[in-house]
Design a protein around this ligand. Structure first.
Ligand SMILES: Nc1ncnc2c1ncn2[C@@H]1O[C@H](COP(=O)(O)OP(=O)(O)OP(=O)(O)O)[C@@H](O)[C@H]1O
Length: 244
């Protein structure tokens, strides 16, 4: 899949949100998209998923099956979780949602109306509908936001499985939850300019008076859950050593 000189603006006269982005995505890639608030991450993800069309340039080679999990799952629909996922499975030609609901520990949610779900639970429904049809391209907008520790810990493995069967995963992520994955590609988007590599300054705020920075050594597979747990407690946390 390739982005060639992709630009995007909302409306004809709006400011350019994405400017002449060039990038290639190969089967098996897992890409973390970083950037400050308002940089255009959600916009770029929607372009990648085919939910918006570039104002200029082209996106070619998009896999036939695309899964997209939005940053805020729309819960204003009059369905229970089961009815919604059944419906989406039918739309997607008989995809199997049940194993995913089980894997993400959602049994207790299945009878609830979508409108009664907590933010994190709604997010899980969004993840299941995105992943159930074995997408060749899985696009996740802030997938770790609001997720409980168990689901956060499971997510890197799920992304790795999609990649292992030749899919591409692109996720915007303020929390660095995919950092433990070997071969993770990082894209950064600043003022609409896309470049390969982590954004300058990483994810950590400057150290203030009365604060200390500590080093922690842990098994590589524990890293995503550790980082997520620290961030949930409000500690600015960043990996400082490349994982193998
Ligand atoms: N539907 C819309 N109409 C007009 N402008 C929009 C629309 N959606 C987003 N924008 C603008 O496009 C720019 C990029 O927004 P986008 O949501 O893609 O950024 P983001 O990097 O995902 O931000 P965040 O990290 O806060 O989620 C912002 O200036 C935003 O105000």
């Amino acid at each position: 899949m390739r982005l060639s000189q992709v630009s995007f603006r909302y409306g004809r006269r709006g400011p350019t949100v994405i400017g002449e982005a060039d990038a290639g995505l190969a089967p098996g890639d897992v890409i973390e998209l970083s950037g400050p608030n308002g940089a255009g991450k959600s916009t770029l993800l929607r372009l990648l998923a085919g939910l918006a069309e570039p104002s200029a340039g082209a996106i070619t080679g998009r896999p036939a099956v695309v899964g997209f999990a939005p940053d805020r799952f729309p819960t204003g629909q009059p369905f229970t979780v089961t009815a919604y996922l059944r419906h989406m499975a039918r739309v997607r030609g008989g995809a199997r949602w049940e194993p995913w609901a089980e894997r993400l520990g959602m049994e207790h949610l299945l009878r609830l109306p979508l409108g009664e779900l907590s933010k994190g639970s709604a997010h899980k429904v969004g993840l299941v509908q995105a992943i159930m049809s074995d997408p060749g391209l899985l696009v996740l907008d802030e997938p770790f936001a609001g997720l409980d520790t168990a689901t956060s810990a499971a997510l890197p493995g799920i992304a790795a499985e999609v990649a292992a069967r030749g899919g591409v995963v692109v996720a915007s992520d303020h929390q660095g939850g995919l950092r433990g994955l070997p071969g993770l590609r990082q894209w950064s988007l600043v003022d609409g300019h896309l470049k390969e590599g982590a954004p300058a300054g990483g994810h950590v705020t400057e150290r203030g008076a009365g604060q200390v920075t500590v080093a922690v050594t842990l098994p590589v597979e524990d890293l995503p859950a550790f980082l997520t747990g620290m961030r949930e407690q409000g500690y600015p946390t960043r990996e400082i050593e490349e994982t193998p």
